[in-house]
Design a binder for this molecule. Structure first.
Ligand code: ATP
Length: 234
């Protein structure tokens, strides 16, 4: 097995006095697409935020591409080549699509150029002059993903991209994410939608009460849906 691109060990994280992660352990190989699955409040989003350095306090180890991220600030973490797409999408409503798209700075060589981004996301090309508030949920999600690609990050943290979207739009987002994987991006995806998760991912890390309780390949997930549904409480 190759050296993991991301190795999380004994990760604990707090919001103020309240502990949300209780010793997370998992890794992600280069080029892999891994989901974090689990019930509401299990700690999936907090795991992404901890990697990005936007929780109150975190301890343990997060090694990315050979460097330790614990102790680094968010802007330093972004410069190592990690980009984060939050659950709430964070589109600037007073800016149009073109302005939102070009807002994140280029931090590393190798990002996707703006013209290429628009070829890859034709829906955004058609809506370039539309304000953030005028976009559908699906368009906002496409924009939220597209704009992090210009930073040069090769490791993407995506928090529930399918949330609140119609099935036909979820399918489109899934195709975009698969395309990113085929372009060589490594992706860690928080997902509650199991049917979406199994269509896009190589491997699934199950989170419960701030810990990893299981790791399944996609075929193991297919073979034991009953067990997985117990984890998710569905
Ligand atoms: P969901 O899909 O519901 O967001 P999740 O698995 O992503 O679930 P987290 O959002 O990481 O779960 O939440 C983990 C724990 O941390 C929960 O107990 C939650 O209540 C708590 N938590 C999350 N965000 C905050 C915050 N900003 N302040 C205080 N506690 C928080």
């Amino acid at each position: 097995m190759t050296e993991p691109l991301l190795k999380v060990q004994n990760l604990e994280a707090w919001y103020g006095e309240s502990k949300a992660l209780h010793g997370m352990n998992f890794d992600v190989q280069p080029g892999e697409l891994v989901t974090l699955i689990g019930r509401n409040g299990a700690g999936k989003s907090t795991t992404l935020r901890s990697i990005m350095g936007i929780v109150g306090k975190r301890t343990g180890s997060i090694r990315f591409d050979g460097a330790e991220l614990i102790g680094k600030r968010t802007f330093q973490i972004a410069r190592t080549g990690i980009a984060y797409c939050p659950e709430e999408r964070a589109i600037f409503s007073s800016l149009n699509v073109a302005e939102n798209l070009t807002l994140p700075p280029v931090l590393k060589a190798g990002g996707i150029a703006d013209a290429e981004l628009l070829r890859q996301f034709p829906n955004l090309q058609r809506r370039l002059k539309s304000q953030g508030t005028k976009l559908s949920g699906g368009e906002q999600q496409m924009l939220a993903i597209a704009r992090i690609l210009r930073t040069g990050a090769r490791f993407l943290l995506l928090d529930e991209p399918s949330e609140g979207l119609a099935p036909v739009v979820v399918k489109e987002i899934g195709e975009q994410i698969r395309q990113l994987k085929s372009q060589g991006f490594t992706i860690l995806l928080v997902e509650q939608n199991l049917s979406f998760a199994r269509k896009v991912a190589d491997r699934h890390v199950v989170v419960e009460n701030g810990k990893v309780v299981d790791t399944l390949t996609n075929s193991a997930l297919e073979a034991d849906m009953a067990r997985v549904k117990t984890y998710l409480g569905v």
